[in-house]
Design a protein around this ligand. Structure first.
Ligand code: IDP
Ligand code: MG
Length: 139
């Protein structure tokens, strides 16, 4: 299995719940290393750009509002098969469908306020990692 990097965002709902450490522990228990991390507060322009792929979706404006409603924690996770492994530990987009033991089952409130973001493929992971971190800040 290839060593990969993927982007995680702990979303405003989970940051408000004070569960950053619990989510980091779930990444680490899944064999993912935190290669870079930063707490930040997305501007509207940043949230719009990050989710530009969803611009035509009915939930886009609401998603941008939500993602700018409080601070987030952006991280680069690294490990064998990291992109897929992170999607597994995250759980389904809709927490009502998320498996037991996943981050979204444990911490998500709704299909929108669903605790975490994770890149979905190698191409998007590369773009999303570079969106937040220069190579010199990833270890
Ligand atoms: P993902 O985060 O599991 O990859 P995507 O389909 O890429 O899910 O959607 C991006 C984000 O948009 C979701 O994590 C969630 O916050 C929000 N979202 C997705 N579908 C809906 C919806 O039907 N209503 C409201 N928000 C949604
Ligand atoms: Mg997605």
């Amino acid at each position: 299995m290839a060593t990969e990097r993927t982007l995680s965002i702990i979303k405003p709902d989970a940051v408000k719940k004070n569960v950053i450490g619990q989510i980091f522990a779930m990444y680490e228990a899944a064999g993912l290393r935190i290669a870079a991390t930063r707490k930040t507060f997305l501007t509207k322009a940043q949230a719009q750009a990050f989710y530009a792929v969803h611009a035509e979706r009915p939930f886009y404006n609401s998603l941008v509002e939500f993602m700018t409603s409080g601070p987030v924690v952006v991280s680069v996770l690294e490990g064998a098969d990291a992109i897929k492994k992170n999607r597994e530990v995250m759980g389904a987009t809709n927490p009502a469908q998320a498996a037991e033991g996943t981050i979204r089952k444990k911490f998500a409130d709704s299909i929108e306020a669903n605790a975490v973001h994770g890149s979905d493929a190698p191409e998007t992971a590369a773009v999303e990692v570079a969106f937040f971190f220069p190579a010199s800040e990833i270890y």
